[in-house]
Design a protein around this ligand. Structure first.
Ligand SMILES: C[S@@+](CC[C@H](N)C(=O)[O-])C[C@H]1O[C@@H](n2cnc3c(N)ncnc32)[C@H](O)[C@@H]1O
Length: 282
């Protein structure tokens, strides 16, 4: 099914821009998400122990674990934070070498202590923007803020590795970090949208992201939330088209169900709960 999603194209992007102009209700946007990248998610309420934050994280980790089944080489997680995803991958794939990387030395030290019993797992402190790796099999990142997700795409591409990212914090996208620069849009195919990317996509994503909470208000009138999700999707579609241009097969898939609720029945999952997947064509 890779490369089959009609949204991952110039036409798909034009369609998303047209939705911003003519307007779309929240319900219709959710149906669009459903039809385009939620097909594989079981429509059930998720249930885990711990705080809402921990439950949501575990939920996302489980969704990502499903996506990496079948990958049989080294796995590199970038921006591993508290190492929970890295640990879960290492536990499930005990035959693989798993590396967790973060530029925060205190976090890495904690990970080393906490997971020292897990033999196929190492943690390293390094800035992803300075990182160079050999072929890794898979480079993965959960909540790589802003351009960290773009950097992860580049690390995968340079090392000819598969890539899975669940991006976040679009308001933190910068085009230049240290010596690392990327143009937006990233893909050649969307260059005709260059002015829109600079003047609208980044500015509005940032504006809406800073203004609003999660996509859990059931009111149809929250069109600003709808716009935020469409702008985020446009950024991610561009990332996928870029990968496609670099010879990857690409897909976008939801990693968690939208039916995740807390004990009061409040929706706690944002629609920003999908992963971008790139497979090297070998
Ligand atoms: C939002 S947290 C996500 C952590 C973890 N993946 C999770 O989902 O819980 C982003 C992580 O990326 C790390 N990070 C940010 N910029 C980085 C960079 N340039 N190189 C390596 N790690 C970075 C941060 O220290 C932080 O731990």
């Amino acid at each position: 099914m890779l490369n089959q999603n009609p949204l991952i194209s110039l036409e798909g992007t034009k369609y998303l821009f047209s939705l911003l102009l003519k307007g779309i209700s929240k319900t219709d946007l959710m149906s669009l998400f459903d039809s385009l990248f939620e097909k594989d998610i079981t429509k059930r309420k998720e249930c885990y122990d711990g705080s809402i934050k921990e439950k949501r994280k575990q939920n996302q980790i489980n969704g990502l674990l499903k996506l990496i089944e079948g990958n049989k080489r080294r796995i590199f997680e970038i921006g591993c934070g508290n190492g929970l995803l890295t640990y879960n991958i290492a536990k499930r794939y005990s035959e693989l070498d798993v590396v967790g990387l973060d530029n925060n030395p205190a976090l890495i030290e904690k990970c080393r202590q906490k997971f020292k019993e897990t033999k196929n797992l190492i943690f390293i402190t390094e800035d992803a923007h300075a990182l160079k790796i050999d072929n890794s099999g898979l480079v993965i990142s959960l909540h790589g803020c802003g351009d960290l997700s773009d950097r992860v795409i580049d690390i995968a591409e340079q090392s000819k590795s598969d890539v899975i990212i669940a991006p976040c914090c679009y308001s933190k996208i910068k085009r230049k970090v240290l010596d690392y620069t990327h143009q937006l849009p990233r893909s050649k195919e969307l260059q005709s949208f260059r002015e829109d990317f600079i003047k609208k996509v980044l500015i509005n994503t940032s504006k809406y992201e800073n203004q609003l909470g999660r996509f859990r208000d059931k009111s149809e009138s929250r069109l600003d939330e709808v716009h935020k999700e469409i702008y985020r999707l446009i950024v991610n579609i561009d990332r996928l088209i870029y990968l496609k241009e670099k010879g990857y097969q690409v897909e976008i898939k939801a990693i968690t169900s939208k039916y995740f609720e807390d004990e009061k029945g409040m929706h706690k999952n944002s629609p920003m709960r999908y992963a971008l997947i790139g497979k090297v064509t070998r």
